[in-house]
Design a protein around this ligand. Structure first.
Ligand code: SF4
Length: 355
């Protein structure tokens, strides 16, 4: 078995009961499907609530689009001055090299843009224009390679992009967003690692991981190849109902990431992508989860819980907050410790800034 891409293949290999085949075919006709062997092997076919299956096996609920859901939930298009570039914040841009991924996540915020039926990637002319845009905007300090999954490209193509970025003096940092170390760990070869590591441009790799079971021996080895080459690793995790929305699973995941030399970076609240309502939690549940994580795990294990404001207004940290106003005139503060116990902060006139 390599990568499963159709409802028929998912049925044949026992990941979807044959009675659901037609429903899944309809979903697969709308949204891309790919389940590589490394992730398929993690699925417990006897568990109807398996957290790996929930992320990657199509579900009929994906065709249930809610009024609040958006085809471009984080507003990439509104901030795209040239093909392949998203320039939302002054000091950084996304460079979207490809629309293809090794695995298609059922909650993907770019699900309307990714897939094998979409244009595979930037043409040489479009890539040249995107690099020209970066070159001509001095304020761009960081370039984030994303997609799709940029590490699905050959080491030769990755190296060519990295070499081009290395010639732009004002670009000081490159970041690569990828799911490849967990989706197809064997593709994170020493050749690919060498392609990523370009002299003079510190490059961070942000690995997308949502459940501790994804960090298999092979995935850990892939991350180790990157870390051993001196590439700093960060994580991105999407908060998903029935996958990682308990303190036990989140604790285990964050500890496993740190053990793999991956610093937990973002815990994303689920974006309002079409047909993903069954996988979203509410914000209060996410805040409570973060509070529990703070109470039980090292500071190294704490990601920032963020929400991308629909419409392209960027990310905001969404708490929880551990400090609040107190006292008759609201001028004192109460601070909560990691056990949830409140303490007066003994300074009058504390300035909370904007409310
Ligand atoms: S790997 Fe990333 S871009 Fe690709 S489907 Fe998953 S979330 Fe979307």
């Amino acid at each position: 078995m390599t990568t499963l891409r159709t409802a028929a293949q998912l049925c044949e290999h026992g990941y979807v009961p044959s009675g659901r085949r037609q429903a899944i075919e309809k979903v697969a006709a709308r949204y891309a499907v790919a389940l590589p062997e490394s992730l398929a092997d993690l699925i417990d076919k006897n568990d109807p609530h398996d957290p790996i299956a929930r992320q990657f096996i199509p579900n009929a609920a994906e065709l249930d689009h809610k009024p609040e859901e958006l085809s471009d939930p984080i507003g990439d298009e509104a901030h795209s001055p040239v093909e392949g570039i998203v320039h939302r914040y002054p000091d950084r841009v996304l460079l979207k090299l490809t629309h293809v991924c090794a695995v298609y996540c059922r909650f993907c915020f770019r699900r309307e843009m990714v897939g094998p039926d979409k244009p595979a990637g930037l043409s040489p002319a479009a890539l040249a224009a995107a690099l020209d845009y970066i070159r001509s905007h001095q304020q761009i300090w960081e370039v984030i390679l994303t997609g799709g999954d940029p590490l699905i490209l050959s080491p030769r193509r990755v190296r060519a992009v990295m070499k081009s970025l290395a010639t732009i003096d004002h670009v000081k940092v490159v970041r690569i967003h990828t799911r490849m170390p967990v989706a197809e760990p064997d593709r994170v070869t020493t050749e690919l690692v060498r392609a990523i590591k370009i002299k003079g441009k510190p490059t961070y790799v942000a690995v997308h991981v949502n459940h501790p079971r994804e960090l298999t021996k092979q995935a850990r080895a892939a991350c180790a190849r990157l870390a051993d080459a001196g590439i700093p690793l960060l994580s991105q995790t999407v908060l998903l109902a029935g996958v990682n929305d308990t303190a036990g699973v989140m604790d285990e995941l964050m500890r496993a990431l740190v053990e793999c030399r991956i610093k937990p970076y973002y815990l994303h609240h689920g974006d309002v992508a079409p047909g993903t309502g069954h996988l979203r939690t509410d914000v209060a549940a996410g805040q409570e989860l973060m509070r529990k994580l703070r109470g039980r795990a090292s500071g190294l294990c704490q990601p920032t819980y963020v929400l991308d404001i629909p419409g392209g207004h960027g990310k905001s940290p969404i708490g929880p907050s551990y400090i609040r106003r107190s006292g008759p005139d609201g001028a004192l503060a109460v601070v909560e410790d990691f056990n949830g116990v409140e303490h007066r902060y003994p300074v009058r006139g504390i300035n909370f800034g904007r409310t």
